[in-house]
Design a binder for this molecule. Structure first.
Ligand code: BV8
Length: 249
């Protein structure tokens, strides 16, 4: 059986999308036909929408926060966190860059994680800029901060038309420049700049692998493409069996 990562002392970068959370009951973007209550997600997840109707946007995010808090990490998330443990204990290096805002990777035990698009469980004050863990689901909308300016709170999420948080892209790209293998899991490869990372790794001649239910738009970029569900394929193919079976740290 050729494993995606055959020996632990490797430098591994993994990037995931909503496909890895599908088996936890979280709808993918394409799965929902990219729609929320008949709004194109790009139209709800945007600073323009928030300026126009913060209550509508907050309803969108509180609904997803409730769903994420009610879900459990699946065997796919557990295999990724077990890989991190195996590699880091084996003298290798590991980075997980996720497009997902559901927090399930961290709950599965992943440590070195960059949430490229933010988190449903973090809020930010639009006046004082404070960023804080926020798992409350019964805010009176729109919520305001308890700072002197009583600033309007917004989800700490990267919306369409907004740049990623400072340093995140630089850290991910430097890890890819240094890596032995770049693994992409559960993403359609349609949203940038995340979708550009496979091109970047490919241009650098890095070994690349993709595990996805359907062939993503950029499937030709990958040396290895494993078609299937992450919760099934990752425990079977990610790294030598014994520890991949989700007995996470
Ligand atoms: C920006 C947070 C600078 C919000 C998200 C270049 C070309 C074209 C367009 C652009 C470009 N550069 C910038 C743009 C614009 C835009 C963009 O990419 N638009 C797309 C729609 C074309 N990008 C931006 O706006 C980015 N910002 O560029 O800033 C800038 C500023 C001003 C002007 C220009 C540039 C910001 C992008 C981040 C937006 N925020 N999330 C929220 O979540 O509410 S993106 C959001 O959508 C997710 O985080 C994720 O990134 C994306 C959804 O993609 P996937 O996760 O891949 O999900 P999808 O449903 O598509 O696919 C699921 C896959 O899983 C499928 O392939 C399926 O087969 C597979 N699957 C399903 N089940 C399983 C499975 N696989 C395995 N196992 C299973 N069980």
């Amino acid at each position: 059986m050729n494993w995606i990562v055959d020996t632990p002392e490797k430098k591994v970068v993994v990037m995931t999308g909503s496909g890895i959370s599908a088996e936890s009951g979280i709808q993918t973007f394409r799965g929902a036909n990219g729609l929320w209550e008949n709004h194109r997600i790009e139209d709800v997840a945007s600073p323009i929408a928030f300026r126009r109707d913060p209550v509508m946007v907050w309803n969108f995010y509180l609904q997803r926060r409730k769903q994420a808090l009610g879900c459990q990490p699946n065997a796919g998330h557990l295999a990724v966190s077990a890989l991190e443990k195996w590699v880091t204990e084996g003298g290798g290096e590991f980075l997980l860059a996720t497009q997902n805002v559901d927090g399930l990777h961290t709950r599965a035990g992943s440590r070195n994680v960059i949430e490229m698009h933010g988190s449903l469980l973090i809020s930010r004050c639009t006046a004082c800029g404070e960023v804080f863990q926020d798992e409350s689901v019964d805010w009176e909308l729109p919520p305001h901060h308890d700072c002197p300016q009583k600033g309007l709170l917004r989800p700490h999420i990267v919306w369409f038309g907004e740049s990623l948080f400072p340093g995140d892209m630089e850290n991910i790209e430097s890890a890819i420049r240094d890596c032995d293998i770049f693994i992409v899991i559960g993403t359609s490869g349609t949203v940038y700049p995340a979708a550009g990372l496979a091109h970047y790794a490919n241009r650098l001649g890095k070994r690349t692998a993709c595990v996805n239910k359907d062939a993503p738009a950029n499937v030709d970029l990958f040396d290895t493409f494993i078609q299937g569900e992450a919760g099934t394929e990752l425990p079977r193919r990610l790294f030598p069996e014994k520890r991949a079976k989700g007995n996470a740290p």
